[in-house]
Design a protein around this ligand. Structure first.
Ligand SMILES: C[S@@+](CC[C@H](N)C(=O)[O-])C[C@H]1O[C@@H](n2cnc3c(N)ncnc32)[C@H](O)[C@@H]1O
Length: 409
């Protein structure tokens, strides 16, 4: 009953993000595309509504790092973890943001040492994508970038964002590779055939120049912003002590109830990071079995609970799932079968119809089945239910990060 009654009271909340400009958000959000990413407007609304500057915001399935970045830009501390090394690199770049000046200096230093002759030996599937010059730079950066250093990790994330892309209409490359039609990596055999059929020749791109061009578009702050934390964490494992009792808001979209191969479809990016796609996929939650999914969510939410402050809230974005003619309201299943029996309180369940382009099925050009059309956002607490704060007016015209930048955080 609580589920239905509470839902009515804030039904109009989605208007807050629906009325935002479509391409709203700091350019850093688009550093690199990622499966199943949500637009920054949605976490922005919840962070502004349910937290104060200085509070801690955490996403345990952080993907490309949208939540912690938005939190940091709004003056909060942003935490992000994920079990996918690609997600950890991207979230890491967005939680420790170097100044443009430092990135330029590091690029100049690296460029000075980069080799100018020879063709590196790489797997044939990688070899077919890049020209000799580009590959030389990539191999050098692969070996030199130290991922434990935030500045190098940021540069690695920039490389991932331009590693492969389609060409512009005039044929000039947008990224470093032969023109690849999708932002995810198609199967190697398909790409090989595509290169052959289209007669593609890998462009001779100077990676350092391409990174400087990309950097200019990212609008980095004039001083480094180190207000966040990112690391690799399996959501089934306990949260570390440093997070316990600290978090005011968990905002996250857990894995979908379908088998998404994050590793397989990012094999080029994972090559750059030195990870085996199959090994990555083995570590991630991917299932279409409702029972397995609910079991996973039970463990994940029990592990997360100690991180919340007494007055903290957890918001889960969970899409409905189509099974033949039937639609499963997965959020309701998670609430009824997993959360209610384990001491969570439901403050509200909000429904939203996100445009289909935010959905993974669009990537596979599948518009007729697997896509989850309706998303539900569950707002949960551990402790006694305080009334939800009233929803503040929100401006999109002048982004808060712009004001922060000018005022200096
Ligand atoms: C729906 S996506 C989140 C996307 C994110 N909201 C964004 O905007 O980029 C779900 C994430 O869960 C991660 N994941 C899957 N299994 C996991 C596990 N066992 N522990 C932690 N993260 C996991 C995936 O790598 C993926 O990044």
């Amino acid at each position: 009953m609580v589920y239905e009654a509470q839902r009515m009271s804030i039904d109009r909340l989605p208007n807050r993000w629906r009325r935002s400009p479509r391409r709203w958000g700091h350019p850093l959000h688009s550093l690199c595309s990622y499966f199943a990413m949500f637009p920054p407007q949605i976490p922005s609304v919840f962070i502004r509504w349910l937290t104060e500057p200085g509070d801690h915001v955490y996403d345990p399935f952080s993907g490309r790092g949208t939540v912690p970045l938005e939190a940091i830009l709004l003056g909060r501390t942003g935490w992000g973890t994920d079990a996918n090394p690609l997600a950890v690199t991207l979230t890491g770049a967005k939680t420790n943001i170097p100044s443009e000046r430092r990135v330029l200096a590091r690029l100049a230093e690296l460029e000075e040492w980069a080799p100018t002759s020879g063709r590196p030996t790489v797997p044939p599937d990688i070899d077919m994508l890049f020209s000799t010059k580009t590959l030389r730079h990539l191999e050098f950066l692969r070996a030199q970038l130290d991922h434990s250093n935030p500045l190098d990790r940021f540069i690695a994330a920039m490389v991932l964002g331009i590693l492969h892309a389609n060409a512009r209409y005039d044929g000039t490359p947008r990224g470093l590779s032969i023109s690849m039609p999708n932002t995810f990596s198609m199967a190697p055999g398909y790409v090989r055939g595509y290169i052959h059929d289209q007669g593609l020749v890998a462009p001779r791109v100077n990676v350092f120049n391409a990174l400087r061009t990309r950097l200019a578009q990212l609008d980095l702050p004039s001083a480094s912003m180190n207000r966040g934390h990112a690391w690799k964490r399996d959501a089934m494992r306990p949260v570390p002590d440093k997070l316990k009792g600290k978090v005011k808001l968990i905002f996250t979209s857990p894995p979908y109830l379908e088998v998404i191969k994050y590793g397989k479809y990012n094999w080029v990016r994972l090559w750059f990071l030195g990870h085996e796609p199959r090994a990555v996929d083995e570590k991630l939650m991917a299932t279409s079995s409702l029972d397995k999914y609910l079991g996973f969510m039970g463990t994940a939410m029990a592990s997360l609970a100690p991180s919340l402050r007494k007055d903290g809230r957890a918001c889960l974005v969970i899409g409905d799932v189509r099974r033949g003619d039937e639609t499963i309201n997965l959020a309701r299943e998670v609430w009824k079968q997993v959360l209610e029996p384990t001491g969570w309180n439901l403050e509200a369940a909000i429904s939203d119809n996100l445009p289909i382009q935010h959905k993974v099925s669009r990537i596979w050009k599948d518009r007729n089945g697997k896509a989850t059309k309706t998303d539900r956002i569950l707002i949960l607490t551990r402790g006694p239910r305080d009334p939800l704060p009233s929803i503040p007016r929100m401006t999109w015209a002048e982004p808060e990060w712009q004001r922060q930048k000018e005022g200096g955080p």
